[in-house]
Design a binder for this molecule. Structure first.
Ligand code: FES
Ligand SMILES: [Fe+2]
Length: 368
């Protein structure tokens, strides 16, 4: 475990919003603080790595980049979903390079093979006693929630259902299992993961940073939801006569949520969701380094609308995502420079405060 925030930093965040002190330079730039968060929040938590559709058939697999070699998530011949460290038991060569489908996996180094259940089935030149010592790939915990596949690198992580307890009512109502991905894009934001989340947690940067978004969902009509985690959310009203958030502003797919409303929700620490009237956005975060965060962005629509043209969404959100990435990377420069520490939360930073309180509480637990 690395270092933690100090008692003073923790208490500063946990104070009431009017007098609270936001997380500052050390929280966003200290490698020890980063290590603590990656271990306590991400590695010991559950990370969304795929949709169930990605591993639907026997032998179907994906590789999630949560470790240098990755985590292999694979549907067995018995249709059981399993996850393993993507590392050969012979001498640690990474096994699969990416998604695929096959009955077995053969290591490219010396040809040891595994079946789709992760069992070692062929080990050329191996000693006779091997089967007892190395029965197969090393398992990782895996679970599915509402069509989303999660893994946890920690054997003692709380159950997935507990980590995702009390989801916001709008996600309960939405047909999440019936959604399919129509767009995916991944990039690395050169900023601490908390800056990426904080930016998602408030909308009062919309007028300056996202003029197109501000026209459709004005920040003046945004409200926060939830305060204690693990889910934090926000609700935005769509400005009539628009009916969805897109280039046209007009709903073009089967409805999956309430007309005229956008519901944002963060599943702490690293899954951001935005439920729109006719589609769902997800941003999956993974902290690569103290100043680098991988962001995997996806657009999902109802399976009945999957075949349509979704350029009205892809083009709109590509622009918004570029705007967010640029502004957060710019903020990271300030956070890494000498100068004043962040002084106060604005009243509209309620969602940022709620998020940083969850971070501060995690540090308080690590301190204890
Ligand atoms: S490391 Fe995989 S077969 Fe040798
Ligand atoms: Fe933004």
């Amino acid at each position: 475990m690395g270092s933690t925030l100090s008692r003073e930093e923790i208490d500063g965040v946990l104070a009431p919003l009017e007098v609270a002190v936001p997380l500052g330079r050390r929280a966003h730039g200290d490698p020890g603080v980063f290590e603590t968060e990656r271990e306590a929040l991400f590695e010991r938590g559950w990370s969304c790595v795929a949709r169930a559709e990605d591993v639907a058939g026997p032998g179907q697999r994906v590789v999630a980049g949560l470790t240098p070699a990755g985590v292999l998530v694979m549907r067995g011949s018995d249709l059981e979903l399993r996850a393993f460290h993507n590392v050969c038991v012979h001498r640690a060569m990474p096994l699969a390079d990416g998604p695929g489908r096959s009955d077995s996996l053969t290591c490219r180094y010396h040809g040891w093979s595994y079946d789709a259940r992760g069992r070692l089935v062929r080990a050329p030149h191996a000693p006779a006693c091997l089967r007892a010592r190395a029965p197969g790939l090393s398992p990782v915990r895996v679970g599915v929630w509402r069509g989303f596949v999660f893994v946890s690198l920690a054997a003692d992580a709380p159950p997935l259902a507990e980590a995702l307890r009390d989801p916001p009512p709008w996600l309960d109502r939405a047909p999440l299992e019936a959604l399919v991905r129509v767009h995916a894009r991944e990039h690395v934001t050169r900023a601490n993961w908390k800056l990426v989340v904080s930016n998602f947690q408030e909308s009062h940067h919309f007028p300056a940073v996202h003029p197109a978004l501000e026209r459709l969902t004005p920040t003046a009509r945004a409200t926060s939801w939830g305060a204690d985690g693990p889910w934090l959310g926000g609700i935005m009203q769509i400005e009539p006569p628009h009916t969805t958030v897109s280039l046209t502003g007009q709903r073009a797919r089967r409805a999956i949520s309430d007309a005229g409303v956008v519901y944002d929700a963060l599943a702490f620490p690293g899954l951001l969701t935005s439920l729109q009237p006719d589609y769902l956005l997800t941003y999956r975060l993974w902290p690569l380094a103290v100043d680098a965060t991988r962001v995997s962005f996806e657009i999902l629509v109802h399976t009945e609308s999957a075949r349509g043209d979704h350029a009205d969404l892809v083009d709109f959100w590509s622009q918004v995502n570029v705007e967010d990435r640029e502004i957060v990377e710019r903020q990271a420069l300030g956070m890494a420079s000498p100068g004043p520490e962040p002084a106060a939360y604005a009243r509209a930073d309620e969602g940022v405060h709620a998020f940083e309180r969850l971070v501060a509480r995690a540090h308080a637990e690590a301190l204890a």
